[in-house]
Design a protein around this ligand. Structure first.
Ligand code: ZN
Length: 295
């Protein structure tokens, strides 16, 4: 009898535990990717990036996010003055333990990796390189607005001016995250995770070198969770250093990593379009992050 009671208690605990983790809605997430691309290229200085920014803020308001802020900064790019605007929002700001999730929302104005040189000054749609990360963050926002995580409050940051750099000069990339990190005050989040280029329908998530070097435990936690969920897209293999929005965070002492699949043949080409992306890839990353938030 005692054994039976114990078994019952155990199964109830197990059921409660798994049912309290929200399920990532891959269809809604993909619609967020599509809606960004429907606006057109969203590069700094364009009308479309303004529309995208307003749209992100509208979704965040819809999710009852708190302290929604636009953090402005100025930048000089190719001798042109540009105002960058990061979008910052909080969920459950009263909770002291925090996780920060980041993604850039600007798209590159030049398809300069396109096979056809005639396209090198054409702005990209950025379905994978921008829209995918934003889509995952906004779908997570929907989930956390419905169910308060037991342990963590969440901060979302949508970085601007990630993608206007010159190849070989790190100081020209990731300007929004650099401004954010350099002006951050207050206690740092326990964990900071940047997602970028995670919509590829041929998704392979290798461990990024600097993430592992700086935050091996956070890398292990995320990759272990992904594998426990049965996602073979997570590979325990370290790849090259990638300069993305996690680096300025790391340089300012954050426990930060990036989740990225750089093996994407349409990177910085006019073919970075929604048909190269999949609902399932957004789900793999989004559900893993939800499990991290709710465990
Ligand atoms: Zn890019």
């Amino acid at each position: 009898m005692r054994n039976l009671v114990l078994a019952l208690v155990t199964s109830i605990v197990v059921v409660n535990c798994s049912s309290s983790i929200p399920k990532f809605d891959r269809e809604r997430a993909f619609s967020y990717l599509q809606q960004q691309c429907d606006l057109g290229p969203r590069y700094p200085g364009s009308e479309e990036i303004e529309l995208c920014r307003d749209w992100i803020i509208d979704v965040l308001k819809d999710c009852n996010a708190e302290n929604i802020k636009v953090q402005e900064f100025s930048a000089e790019i190719k001798k042109e003055h540009i105002t960058g605007k990061n979008i910052i929002a909080s969920f459950y700001p009263q909770m002291s333990r925090r996780i920060l999730l980041g993604a850039h929302y600007d798209t590159r104005p030049w398809a300069d990796k396109d096979a056809d040189p005639q396209n090198h000054n054409t702005p990209i749609i950025g379905a994978n390189d921008a829209a995918s990360g934003v889509a995952v963050l906004l779908e997570i926002a929907q989930n956390i607005s419905q169910t308060q995580p037991a342990q963590f409050g969440i901060d979302l940051v949508f970085f601007d001016l990630e993608d206007m750099g010159e190849y070989g000069d790190n100081s020209t990339w990731c300007l929004g995250s650099t401004h954010f990190a350099e002006n951050f005050s207050g206690p740092k989040p326990e964990k900071a995770i940047v997602v970028d280029m995670i919509g590829d329908n041929d998704l392979d998530l290798h461990i990024e070198y600097s993430s592992y070097h700086n935050s091996p435990n956070l890398v292990k936690e995320v990759w272990d969770l992904g594998r426990e969920l049965g996602f073979s897209e997570f590979h325990y293999k370290i790849n090259n250093k990638i300069y993305d929005d996690h680096i300025p965070l790391i340089m300012k002492g954050f426990n930060a990593i990036v989740v990225i699949d750089m093996d994407y043949p349409f990177w910085h080409t006019i073919d970075d379009t929604p048909d190269k992306c999949s609902q399932n890839s957004l789900f793999v990353v989004g559900q893993t992050l939800l499990n991290l938030i709710y465990e």
